[in-house]
Write a protein that binds this ligand. Structure first.
Ligand code: AMP
Ligand code: ZN
Length: 113
């Protein structure tokens, strides 16, 4: 198993976990791009958002439920936050295990760079 995020799930690599349940894990990004930058991942290995199948529909909803929970816990829900899932290289995906970036704590730019 060579996937970095699978190794975080199995605790082979440490992470600052902020939320975990049977299907989802969330931890602080190592190289934060905003005062709040959390990665929310499914425990199931899915390489890119293109690999999401019908059987994952509930799981994807649970990623967003976790993001909402964390945004409320971090007191950024009302002010606003951004959730981003990059797909493949030109979008900036570097880790090929899907993850929802939760970014908050500063004004976000649009369009994104
Ligand atoms: P992406 O570029 O969308 O694939 O996002 C990958 C994210 O994973 C980047 O924001 C990295 O800073 C982050 N990252 C890489 N390695 C680790 C790690 N060991 N622990 C936490 N975050 C990481
Ligand atoms: Zn993985």
């Amino acid at each position: 198993m060579s996937c970095l995020f699978c190794k975080i799930i199995s605790k082979e690599i440490p992470a600052k976990t902020v939320y975990e349940d049977d299907t989802v894990m969330a931890f602080e990004d190592l190289n934060p791009q905003a005062p709040v930058h959390i990665l929310i991942i499914p425990k199931k290995h899915i390489a890119t958002s293109l690999d999401i199948s019908d059987e994952d529909n509930e799981l994807i909803g649970l990623l967003y439920q976790a993001a909402n929970r964390i945004a409320r816990d971090k007191k950024v829900a009302d002010k606003g936050f951004r959730t981003v899932m990059n797909c493949n290289r030109e979008a900036g995906q570097t880790v090929f295990h899907i993850h929802l970036h939760l970014l908050a704590g500063r004004a976000m730019q649009w369009p994104p760079g």
